[in-house]
Structure formats: structure tokens, C-alpha cells
Design a protein around this ligand. Structure first.
Ligand code: PLP
Length: 376
């Protein structure tokens, strides 16, 4: 059997066709395909608007700006996340304050947020880690009366749901990633779903150098129009080449999520029976897209997690360590305040198993059987 990879993007002829159409059109930068992708995305996520950006990290940074976060303001984030969550706060000039996560979901809770709040807290960046939805209503109920803006880092959560509605529909700043490690990919790319149309206008301006009228719109008018620049912006645009891929990927999203959930359920059937192993599952209030399928090894597993990973690797199975923690990295150490025992435990004692659209049952069986032999 060939080596089993962790993740394979689900790309095909339709994406190739869509890209060549854009190239033949003569307009490859941000233009009509980006507009179509935004339109289709907002409809699928049941949001009022969606603004495409270069990547999720850039989108998080713009979200912090439109939320009015100022230098010195504190923004609560989970340390248990890819480091981009924390980096976006630092680059917005704000101070990241780490809060711990729940062991079952890997996500912030109202209680963990409450224990990190100070009188300088202005916002909370809630991550739907690995596609597991956070308990949004509980978090909104805590944050709203205190005037704290909630920004959702939904980098991993395209196609996940909270209380039967898609992630992307519940608040005013929900930021997605389309990196190939995520399940809907455009190579690089991101999207900010918002219900606030004024913010959508400002986000579009900020992503394109602060320009009052986009280059594509100026071109489309045919006449002479002079743009102005009301505030310093960024170049965080997505290209039409990426958006064309995104449109095809979005049309495959339901199939993609369905297949991942089917494979995840199959993993769970076998792995839940192995003592000491705790696979990620749907929380009671929502559904996961199983962007990353993580398994926590508890103390009854005598082998260290890294040895388990090495032995699986020697059997031709790629795995990754659990989600990282930011507070133990040199880049973010100085922001560490309160102990984060659950974040550290989850990060150090979990691993991510292979899961991709074209994974066969035979490949999955090999992973399951190997895991059973290795941890026994
Ligand atoms: C992947 C990821 C990001 C970064 O997304 P990019 O599109 O690569 O910028 C941010 N947050 C989380 C939780 C992620 O998993």
C-alpha cells in the first residue's frame, strides 16, 4: 500500500476548466469572478454579505480594524490554535490574551473567556477549532452585555453548523480560510462573512489600498472615473483565478462535508472502543466538517504521543501532532499570563489522523488497525 497522506485537496477537471476560462477572459486580478464567488459564498453561508481576501490571517486583521480595535486593546484568543490567530491580533497593534479551552471541543467557553477578561478587553476571537463549532450563544450571551466584539476565526469551519445554521450566519465578522489544508481551497484565500453592510463596504475598501472604487468597477464603467483614498488600506485582494477555483470548490462543499462526516463516523466506531483514545465528535449543539480528525490519548496510553506518531509513520501513515499552542512559542511567549492546562494537555497528547475526500475504506482500515496495534 502506498503512503497514506494526512490531507489531499479535492481538485479536478472542473477547477482546471474554470481557471482557463478566467485566463482566456483577459482579467485575472480581483474582478467579476471574485464578485460571483462572494455572492455564492454569502448565499451558502446564509449571511448578508461576504468579502473575499488574500487569506484568513489578512481577513482577521481587517476584522479587528473594522471592529475598532485600537493599539493597546486586549483581545482574548485561544492559545490552542494555529499561530495566525494570535499573529493577527499582534499585527493589529492589540494585545492577545490567552484563554483556555474545553477538553472536548478544543474551543473557548464563556467561563474561560470570563477568567481572562480585564477592563482593557475589547474583543474575543473565537476559533471553531478543526471545524468543531464553538458554543456561540453562550459566548454571545457573555460578550454582548459587556460590549465585547466577537470575531469568529472560522478558518477551519466552512460547512460546519451551529444550531442547524451554517457557521458564517451567526455574527458580523466570520473569517474563513481557503488554504489547501482546509476543505475548500483556492490555493491561498479567505472570506469574511458579515451581516453588517457598512462594515462590508469598509472591508472592501481596506482590502484594496483604501480605494473608494475598485479597479474592476472603474474598468467596468468604461468612462473616466477618479478614485479617492480616505484611509490607508492594504493589498489583501483575492485574484479571479483563485475565485474561479473557489466557485467550483463551493459547489462541491456539501459532498465534501458529507464524505468527511461519513469517514469520521467510521473512524469513531472503531476508535471509541479502544481504551485511552478519545476521538473528536460533534458537540450536542452542532455538526463538524471534520476538517481535522484529532484523537486525544489519555494517561492510560503508556506510549508517548510522538512515539505513536513515529510508529504510524513507519507503517506508511502520515499524522500530525495535535493543534499547537501559541503561548509556548518564542514569538508569543511574552503574552503568557495564566496557566492553560487543558490547552497544553490537548496539544501534547493528541494527534491528527489522515482524512481526505478520496480516502478508501481499505486505506482507512489500515490506519485504524495500525493505530490499534501501536497503542496496545
Ligand atoms: C489555517 C488557519 C488560519 C490561517 O489561515 P490562512 O488562510 O492560511 O491565513 C487561521 N486560523 C486558524 C484556526 C487556522 O487553522
Amino acid at each position: 500500500m502506498q503512503k497514506i497522506p494526512l490531507m489531499v485537496p479535492w481538485l479536478g477537471e472542473a477547477e482546471i476548466e474554470a481557471v482557463s476560462e478566467v485566463i482566456k477572459s483577459g482579467w485575472i486580478a480581483q474582478g467579476p469572478a471574485v464578485k460571483r464567488f462572494e455572492q455564492a459564498f454569502k448565499e451558502r453561508m446564509v449571511s448578508a454579505d461576504a468579502v473575499a481576501v488574500a487569506n484568513c490571517t489578512a481577513g482577521l486583521q481587517l476584522a479587528l480594524i473594522v471592529a475598532g480595535i485600537q493599539p493597546g486593546d486586549e483581545v482574548i484568543v485561544p492559545s490552542f490554535s494555529f499561530i495566525a490567530t494570535t499573529n493577527s491580533v499582534i499585527h493589529a497593534g492589540a494585545v492577545p490574551v490567552f484563554a483556555d479551552v474545553a477538553i472536548k471541543t478544543g474551543n473557548l467557553t464563556a467561563a474561560s473567556i470570563a477568567s481572562a477578561v480585564t477592563d482593557r478587553t475589547r474583543a474575543v476571537m473565537v476559533v471553531h477549532q478543526a471545524g468543531v463549532p464553538a458554543d456561540l450563544d453562550e459566548i454571545f450571551a457573555y460578550c454582548k452585555p459587556r460590549g465585547l466584539t466577537v470575531i469568529e476565526d472560522a478558518a477551519c469551519a466552512v460547512g460546519s453548523t451551529y444550531k442547524s445554521k451554517p457557521i458564517g450566519s451567526h455574527s458580523d465578522l466570520v473569517v474563513f480560510s481557503f488554504h489547501p489544508r482546509k476543505i475548500l481551497t483556492t490555493g491561498e484565500g479567505g472570506m469574511i462573512a458579515t451581516r453588517n453592510l457598512n462594515w462590508a463596504t469598509r472591508l472592501r475598501r481596506l482590502r484594496e489600498h483604501g480605494m473608494s472604487m475598485s479597479a474592476a468597477d472603474r474598468h467596468a464603467t468604461g468612462g473616466v472615473s477618479i478614485e479617492n483614498y480616505s484611509e490607508p488600506g492594504f493589498n489583501f485582494r483575492m485574484t479571479d483565478i483563485q475565485a474561479a477555483i473557489g466557485l467550483v470548490q463551493l459547489s462541491k462543499l456539501n459532498d465534501s462535508v458529507q464524505r468527511r462526516r461519513e469517514l469520521a463516523a467510521r473512524y469513531a466506531t472503531y476508535i471509541s472502543d479502544i481504551s485511552g483514545l478519545h476521538p473528536v465528535v460533534d458537540p450536542p449543539y452542532g455538526t463538524c466538517n471534520f476538517q481535522s480528525y484529532w484523537v486525544e490519548l489519555d494517561d492510560s496510553v503508556l506510549k508517548p504521543r510522538n512515539n505513536v506518531m513515529e510508529e504510524l509513520e513507519s507503517r506508511g501513515i502520515s499524522t500530525r501532532r495535535g493543534i499547537m499552542t501559541a503561548h509556548r512559542e518564542p514569538a508569543c511567549k511574552k503574552y503568557f499570563r495564566e496557566p492553560l492546562p487543558i490547552s497544553e494537555r490537548l496539544s501534547d497528547n493528541s494527534l491528527i489522523l489522515p482524512l481526505y475526500h478520496t480516502m478508501s475504506y481499505a486505506e482507512q482500515d489500515h490506519v485504524i488497525e495500525s493505530l490499534i496495534q501501536v497503542v496496545r
